[in-house]
Design a protein around this ligand. Structure first.
Ligand code: SAM
Length: 280
């Protein structure tokens, strides 16, 4: 069952407010309210949570989140042209939609949100990965959010959920899977958007785990994973030469073969190596 409001169709809203999509702002709008409602439902229970949305645009997902009962939505939008259209949604849901005009990269949303918090966004592709990395690497874990439900280019979604042995497996998979459970929940063709982008998209739902899957010092893990994948075709004993003078022994002590390559190493293996390297 989908929840749809009685506000005007998005095409009318876009025409009335003259919201022609701008490439420079990463604007590809979702106009199907059944679809935005479906994305909102994948975000999980909303009536108990505040929701942070980056880049509401004309408000398709915002309306999905509110129609599905979000306790409050904080929406941060850089394009001032969208604000009057979003204000109409705020009036239809008194006290439940707070709008901030600004750049999500420079705005601290926490001052405006009450836990528990979810994040749900059809992200602007130009800042999507940067925002994701910020959300995945907070100073403290568990993070301030319980879940992320985010639209990405399909290729990025595949890198997030990739398993060892695949081409897509790399730093983003390790970072995403170490402390979260990320799942692709919806695949979308370019035609789902207006205007259609050149590539397909996918929604990824991340649940924050209470603690990392395997113990490791974050900085050491990040460093070793970066070194290993920067030269992903090389054997670990070569790509990680700079990590420790006795790297071959460390690899063996961590249960890894020095002749293996980065993309063959599981998350558990990288965590074991990070622990081994942390020993003086
Ligand atoms: N959520 C809308 C939808 O699903 O139809 C719009 C999604 S569109 C892909 C991305 C939105 O992010 C646009 O409205 C764009 O103006 C906004 N945006 C781009 N860069 C931004 C930034 N740095 N901070 C906040 N919003 C941004």
């Amino acid at each position: 069952m989908s929840s749809i409001d009685t506000l005007p169709p998005l095409r009318d809203v876009i025409d009335r407010h003259d919201l022609q999509a701008r490439k420079s702002m990463g604007q590809n709008f979702l106009l199907d309210l059944n679809l935005t409602s479906k994305i909102a439902r994948y975000a999980g229970t909303l009536d108990t949570h505040d929701v942070l949305e980056i880049g509401p645009g004309p408000g398709g997902l915002t309306r999905g989140l509110l129609a599905n009962g979000a306790r409050k939505v904080l929406a941060i939008e850089k394009d001032a042209r969208c604000l009057p259209a979003l204000q109409e949604i705020a009036e239809a849901y008194p006290g439940r939609l707070q709008l901030i005009e600004g750049d999500a990269l420079d705005t601290d949303p926490l001052a405006h949100l009450t836990p528990p918090i979810r994040i749900a966004s059809n992200l602007p592709y130009n800042v999507g990965t940067e925002l994701l990395i910020r959300w995945l690497t907070p100073k403290q874990w568990p993070p301030y959010w319980d879940s992320l439900t985010l639209m990405f280019q399909r290729e990025v979604a595949q890198r997030i959920t990739a398993a060892p042995g695949s081409k897509a497996y790399g730093r983003l998979a390790i970072l995403s899977q170490w402390r979260c459970d990320p799942q692709i929940v919806i695949n979308l063709p370019p035609e789902a958007f207006s205007p259609p982008p050149k590539v397909s998209s996918a929604v990824v739902h991340f649940t924050a785990l209470p603690e990392p899957r395997f113990p490791a010092d974050f900085k050491t893990l990040e460093r070793v994973v970066a070194m290993a994948f920067n030269q992903r075709r090389k054997m670990l004993r070569a790509s990680l030469k700079g990590a420790a003078p006795d790297i071959e022994d460390r690899l063996i002590a961590a249960g890894l073969k020095p002749t293996e390559r980065a993309e063959q190493i599981s998350l558990e293996g990288f965590c074991a190596l990070a622990r081994e390297l942390k020993k003086t």
